[in-house]
Design a protein around this ligand. Structure first.
Ligand SMILES: NC(=O)C1=CN([C@@H]2O[C@H](COP(=O)(O)OP(=O)(O)OC[C@H]3O[C@@H](n4cnc5c(N)ncnc54)[C@H](O)[C@@H]3O)[C@@H](O)[C@H]2O)[C@@H](O)CC1
Ligand SMILES: Nc1ncnc2c1ncn2[C@@H]1O[C@H](COP(=O)(O)OP(=O)(O)O)[C@@H](O)[C@H]1O
Ligand SMILES: [K+]
Length: 488
């Protein structure tokens, strides 16, 4: 599991650690991690000796890291230029080290010198702002970010700690921000690196351990890995039967969207529940049974028999309010997706998982879709608090927010999933895990993880995978995560 900490938590941990170390030692640890990555990148493009490095240095310690790294690369034979955003406040020791290693300072007002340095650079270090950054980049910093975005350098852009201009605790980009190819981050992850649009601006992540671990509190925000997911996936025991593994009800699909019923039922059948009961109109139920003879079908939630959890809403269309209310009123764990989100109760009192995309969440919260995309974490958290439910906000980086403040960010997403019907597969899969006894936060994050891997696998096997391809890839993904069911 990867942990994500807030600026406040990082600062407290740094203080506690620094009190035990000689002055400047912590920064040198960060610089060592940074230089290791930069040297590796430069070696891939011809070597450190003779390479051209441009350091963009702001007034804080982030600029200090970048100047020290520039100095170390210069000592190994690189030509290093530094652009100081605020020369009077530049990190004094870092700048002295940079100059004495032969580094040259280029004035931010020297347009020709600046463009020429960037054009020739093999590597650009973004040390404009780190965890002290607030608000978007302005003035000269914004101008530098724009030059990089315009492709004025062919060199790799390496962000120090996080891309400058991205809000550290939310991943929001309130104004201009640097778009990096790589980010070397120190001590722990920050939300800026895992939640879009920040995550996209961070490029490839590299982690430099500076020894903060023992001083950091338990993280509210986490990113699951394969082992976490394997441990969470339900494991039928010797005594299990189809009922004890959990029965999931699927209230999805309509004459207009019968495919949603088929895909959600398929997702549910592969998520570990012992049985799937489909509730919907006869014509749709017939299609579901034709594709999935193992599913049991009936016309309404009341008619299909007992379940341990409901997946509600994918492709449901209009006129199904009574059915939705019946399923929601059963007092069972529920997953509510798509059209089901139109009939939410004021607040949930039992386990609930909502799975909106940005458009659906924007309607729920009555804000613009673009506002949701720009502030994904904020809006997911707000909806989680308002409905007392776990909110899984789908999209480029899927985030899950729980009403108690916990957040999980899914690391496996792929744009290959941006195809009609993949959300229905996810809804079925997560509902199945709910029926298997997982909490809404676990069910949602395990489902998103496996679903993302299935998207990747489907994309590897087909040009542009369909939702059916993603569903077909699920069994192998789950098999590789948890091993064969039944211990075979
Ligand atoms: N504290 C430590 O010992 C360590 C700090 N480290 C580095 O230090 C960084 C944090 O350093 P700082 O706390 O000095 O903060 P930053 O270097 O992130 O920048 C803070 C400065 O930028 C200004 N500023 C904030 N937002 C701005 C904006 N939008 N436009 C223009 N100026 C803005 C602030 O007024 C302040 O002067 C970390 O990200 C990391 O890179 C590492 O060296 C590890 C050790
Ligand atoms: N750009 C993207 N990058 C990664 N995943 C995406 C992207 N766009 C959509 N997805 C994923 O694709 C799925 C689409 O679900 P949804 O929007 O509900 O579509 P549908 O209702 O047609 O199934 C979700 O899992 C979502 O997270
Ligand atoms: K930075």
């Amino acid at each position: 599991m990867k942990t994500v900490h807030t600026v406040e938590e990082v600062r407290a941990a740094e203080e506690a650690l620094m009190a035990r170390l000689p002055d400047g030692a912590l920064m040198q640890r960060a610089v060592a991690g940074l230089v290791t990555v930069c040297a590796r990148l430069l070696r891939e493009s011809g070597g450190v000796y003779g390479a051209r490095v441009v350091v963009l240095a702001g007034a804080g310690n982030n600029g200090g890291d970048a100047l020290w790294a520039g100095a170390r690369l210069a000592r190994r034979g690189a030509h290093a230029d530094a652009v100081l955003l605020d020369p009077a406040k530049a990190h004094a020791e870092g700048l002295t080290a940079f100059r004495s290693a032969g580094g040259r300072v280029v004035s931010v007002d020297d347009g020709v010198g600046l463009r020429s340095a960037l054009a020739q650079a093999d590597l650009v270090l973004d040390g404009i702002l780190g965890i002290g950054g607030r608000g978007g980049l302005r003035g000269d910093a914004a101008r530098l970010a724009a030059l990089l975005r315009e492709g004025r350098t062919a060199g790799a852009v390496v962000a120090v700690d996080l891309p400058s201009g991205v809000d550290p605790d939310t991943g929001e980009t309130p104004g201009d921000a640097v778009a990096a190819d790589h980010t070397v981050t120190f001590g722990t992850l920050k939300a800026a690196l895992v939640v879009d649009p920040g995550a996209a601006a961070a490029g490839t992540l590299h982690f430099a351990d500076i020894g903060l671990g023992p001083f950091l509190p338990e993280a509210e925000m986490t990113v699951l890995d394969d082992a976490d997911v394997a441990a969470l996936l339900p494991d039928p025991g010797r005594e299990s039967d189809k009922y004890s593994r959990g029965v999931v009800g699927v209230l999805a699909g309509s004459a207009q969207f019968p495919g949603a019923a088929v895909l959600a039922t398929g997702g549910a059948l592969h998520g570990g529940a012992g049985m799937v009961r489909y509730a919907g109109p006869d014509a749709v139920a017939t299609e579901v049974r034709e594709r999935w003879p193992e599913a049991i079908a009936g016309p309404s939630p009341d008619a299909v028999g007992r379940v341990q959890a409901w997946t509600i809403g994918s492709g449901l269309g209009d006129g199904r309010e009574d059915d939705v209310r019946a399923a929601l009123g059963a007092g069972l764990p529920v997953l509510v997706d798509a059209d089901g989100l139109r009939w939410l109760p004021e607040r949930f009192t039992g386990p609930a998982l909502l799975t909106p995309h940005a458009g659906e969440l924007s309607r729920l919260l009555d804000v613009d879709r673009s506002a949701v995309e720009a502030r994904r974490l904020h809006h997911a958290r707000e909806a989680a608090r308002r409905w007392n439910a776990v909110v899984l906000l789908k999209g480029s980086t899927t985030v899950l927010a729980a009403p108690d403040g916990r957040v999980r960010v899914n690391p496996t997403g792929t744009s290959a999933l941006a195809a009609a019907g993949t959300g229905d597969v996810l809804a079925g899969l997560a509902g199945s895990l709910l029926a298997g006894g997982l909490s809404p936060l676990d069910a949602g994050s395990v489902a998103a993880f496996a679903h993302g891997l299935a998207g990747q696998r489907a994309a590897a096997g087909s040009g542009y995978p369909s939702a059916g391809d993603v569903l077909a890839a699920l069994p192998a993904v789950l098999r590789s995560l948890r091993g064969p069911v039944g211990g075979g």
